[in-house]
Design a protein around this ligand. Sequence first.
Ligand SMILES: *[C@@H]1O[C@H](CO)[C@@H](O)[C@H](O)[C@H]1NC(C)=O
Ligand SMILES: *[C@@H]1O[C@H](CO)[C@@H](O)[C@H](O)[C@H]1NC(C)=O
Ligand SMILES: *[C@@H]1O[C@H](CO)[C@@H](O)[C@H](O)[C@H]1NC(C)=O
Ligand SMILES: *[C@@H]1O[C@H](CO)[C@@H](O)[C@H](O)[C@H]1NC(C)=O
Length: 394
Amino acid sequence: MPGLLSSPVCLTVIWFLSLSLHPSCAQIWTDEVSGVQYGHLESNVTLACGKSQIRTPVVWHLNHSSALPWHKVTSNGTLVLLQVDHSAQGIYSCYDARGLLLHSVKLRLGHSPGLLSVSCQVPNHTHVRCSWVDSVRTFLPAQYNASFKGNSLEWRPCVVDVARKHCDVDHPAFWQTSHTLRVTETNALGSLITFHIVKLHKLLKPDPPESVSVKELEGYPKRLVVSWKFPSSWPQDDAFPLVFHIRYRPQGSMHWAEFYSEESPVVVLDALAGHLHQVQIQARDEVDAESQWSEWSPLLLMRPWEAYTTTTEPTEEPEGTFPEKPETSTAKTHNPVIEGEGNLGLVILLVLFSVVLLITVPSLIYVVWVRQRRSDHVTKQELTSMVKMKSMPI
Ligand SMILES: *[C@@H]1O[C@H](CO)[C@@H](O)[C@H](O)[C@H]1NC(C)=O
Ligand SMILES: *[C@@H]1O[C@H](CO)[C@@H](O)[C@H](O)[C@H]1NC(C)=O
Ligand SMILES: *[C@@H]1O[C@H](CO)[C@@H](O)[C@H](O)[C@H]1NC(C)=O
Ligand SMILES: *[C@@H]1O[C@H](CO)[C@@H](O)[C@H](O)[C@H]1NC(C)=O
């Protein structure tokens, strides 16, 4: 068994232990309080005319009508419905020969629980949610009880949400390679346990990055600035680093260009000038190579900065002519580092700055010198007046 459990092929192998009631009892489940009797579909269902032995012949009605599905009535007045289907459901009443109501019961039909098809999501290291769907439609309300355990650990409850058919475990023992989830489904016709192997490391899959934004970079017709935040369900902690996978392409192109980054923001350097681009990001645990990539963030559309023709100043494209083909298909990976393509502008700026400096500094020095002389004079006057005020009686 341990060999079977650790085999990855058997990750989703589910085996079960049937806790169904003894078959002869399982066909009938009488709820005395509510007056509901449950029966298995496609079986023979026996309805007794009350508890006491009836000697006289009885008449059975379904929903106050004498039209009954395929059936037989035994000598003691018991009604046996043969090979029932959904149409046999309803309220059954038996009457004595004089038309007196002896007994009435509501019949509900369905199936006992079948195996559950279980899947688990692990959005971070402190949370597991397992959901299930019935492999067999039972047509009957069910209760679920679930527990979870790592190898050689105690069973602990997995907190069930009956309506949504899932359960949650907080702080699972992540250092354990394999865990087992046990879900018991119980309905009026029986009970069944489904076991499911959970490999937390392989299921670890962050939610997509949040607050993703793509912006143009003024003056750079081939650049886009992409920024994002950690998914809010992931701890904002250096102990749990994420790696991000960014992809982008001009709208209409078949090929994505892509690269990886650990930090936001990044600058795309080879966008196709003048074109709308699609951008998406996904995330993965950086440490755990077995873990899964998140879903892609929603598609964002952005056009790089463009030099508008209305501008009077001629705008220069620092990188010369544009390639006819999108660079995205060739440039697969690169470092998002800003290149020194604005050098000419920088030189002009520096020269202007120096000129301004040369003119302003001497004039500033002069102004300061003049002010200093004046203020020295004023301070002397102030001091003498303050001394006078302090000595005035209040
Ligand atoms: C139901 O009853 C009929 C007639 O008594 C019998 O032939 C049939 O085998 C029964 N079916 C089941 C599933 O018990
Ligand atoms: C009898 O009534 C129930 C509702 O109480 C309904 O679901 C069922 O279809 C009815 N059966 C027949 C045979 O009319
Ligand atoms: C669920 O199972 C646990 C352990 O098997 C048991 O202690 C608990 O009472 C059960 N809860 C329900 C609602 O059946
Ligand atoms: C882990 O994910 C769950 C479910 O999304 C969330 O409730 C919980 O706060 C997350 N834990 C951390 C540490 O972010």
